[in-house]
Ligand binder design. Structure first.
Ligand code: HEM
Length: 308
């Protein structure tokens, strides 16, 4: 390699970088001599990723179920990544905010349009057999899904609307957690007792949820929006991106999920119990659930007909 002025300049920059952290550039250059060239499989960690699909039954379509859920969890992680970029941005521009929101919406749109992989991509007979081995687990126990909710909106918007008036910003996170809208799916609707599904979920994640509530209390998407100068809050592109996200997450995805779930749960005669045991039809529809991240961005009429 010819040591051109550009190469010389690069070496100077590298030296500056290592000097700043008290490191010897020579040692790092020597290290380069022995470092392995990167391969696709090492970088993407394909071996680790592809070793995570373990069936509980011998039915081939259970693999579709497992892998599609894993794809969802990866996308949830991508969504949280983008939210964090907004939450921690130092000088937040409307352009950056809108672009990151549209990324999140695209991920949720992808999850919605791909729901046919669940709806049409498994034999009902096989699903009805392997689902018995999964009781009482449910997608309800996806912690990342709850993390996304806490990171998108003020937690008060996630309180079951029957109790929302009893809460304000001074209420304790722990008390609030007990009245989240999703508690309704985790309680035995016949006795009102917390189900095993919910008890286990809280045993594993309660501390993390409380921490997430605190972190995002002042940095969730709605708070970041309200902290913008007033002119930015009226930026049409940003407002459209906020509304699009709210609808995509809380109506479009929810309906895609509901329609896939309905097909399987209703394919058996008799009382249609979900694996998690919720009063699922009532619980899962947006018009009853009324989870709305940014209610201030919708008209009274739009709010009245949410999810219809
Ligand atoms: C055949 C496929 C599916 C069926 C039958 C189904 C069924 C259900 C039901 C009945 C519930 C309500 C809680 C309960 O009683 O269990 C629920 C909740 C949930 N499921 Fe699924 N589900 C399916 C696929 C998925 C997939 C692929 C995901 C992606 C991770 C997912 C994520 C969730 C989440 C996040 C909840 C909680 C939603 C909320 O609280 O509003 N589900 N599911």
């Amino acid at each position: 390699m010819e040591i051109t002025p550009e190469v010389h300049d690069k070496i100077k920059q590298i030296e500056k970088k290592y000097k700043a952290i008290n490191q010897k550039t020579e040692t790092h250059l020597e290290g380069l001599l022995w470092s392995k060239p990167i391969t696709y499989w090492d970088y993407i960690q394909t071996d680790a990723l592809l070793s995570l699909q373990t069936q509980r039954t011998t039915l081939p379509d259970e693999m579709v179920f497992i892998m599609y859920h894993q794809v969802n969890e990866l996308l949830f992680k991508m969504i949280l990544w983008e939210i964090d970029q907004i939450a921690h941005a130092e000088a937040l521009s409307t352009k950056f905010f809108s672009e990151r929101l549209m990324r999140i919406s695209r991920y949720f749109d992808m999850l919605t349009t791909s729901f046919d992989i669940m709806g049409d991509g498994m034999e009902v007979e096989q699903y009805l057999k392997f689902r018995n081995t999964l009781t009482p687990a449910s997608g309800f126990q996806s912690a990342q899904y709850r993390m996304i909710e806490f990171a998108c909106t003020d937690w008060i918007n996630l309180i079951d609307q029957r109790y929302r008036a009893d809460f304000d910003r001074n209420s304790s996170f722990e008390h609030a957690l007990d009245f989240m809208y999703w508690q309704a799916a985790g309680k035995d609707y016949r006795t009102g007792e917390k189900s095993y599904l919910l008890k286990e979920f809280e045993r594993k994640y309660k501390k993390e949820f409380l921490c997430q509530m605190e972190v995002y209390n002042t940095s969730n998407l709605w708070q970041k929006f309200k902290q913008l100068p007033e002119a930015d809050q009226n930026n049409p592109e940003l407002v459209a991106a906020m509304r699009h996200l709210d609808k995509t997450v809380n109506i479009t995805w929810v309906m895609g999920h509901y329609n896939a779930a309905k097909k399987y749960i209703e394919s058996v005669p008799g009382n249609h119990e979900a694996t998690g045991g919720s009063d699922w039809k009532k619980y899962m529809l947006p018009k009853y659930q009324r989870r709305i991240f940014f209610p201030e961005l919708w008209t009274t009429d739009e709010l009245a007909h949410w999810g219809e």
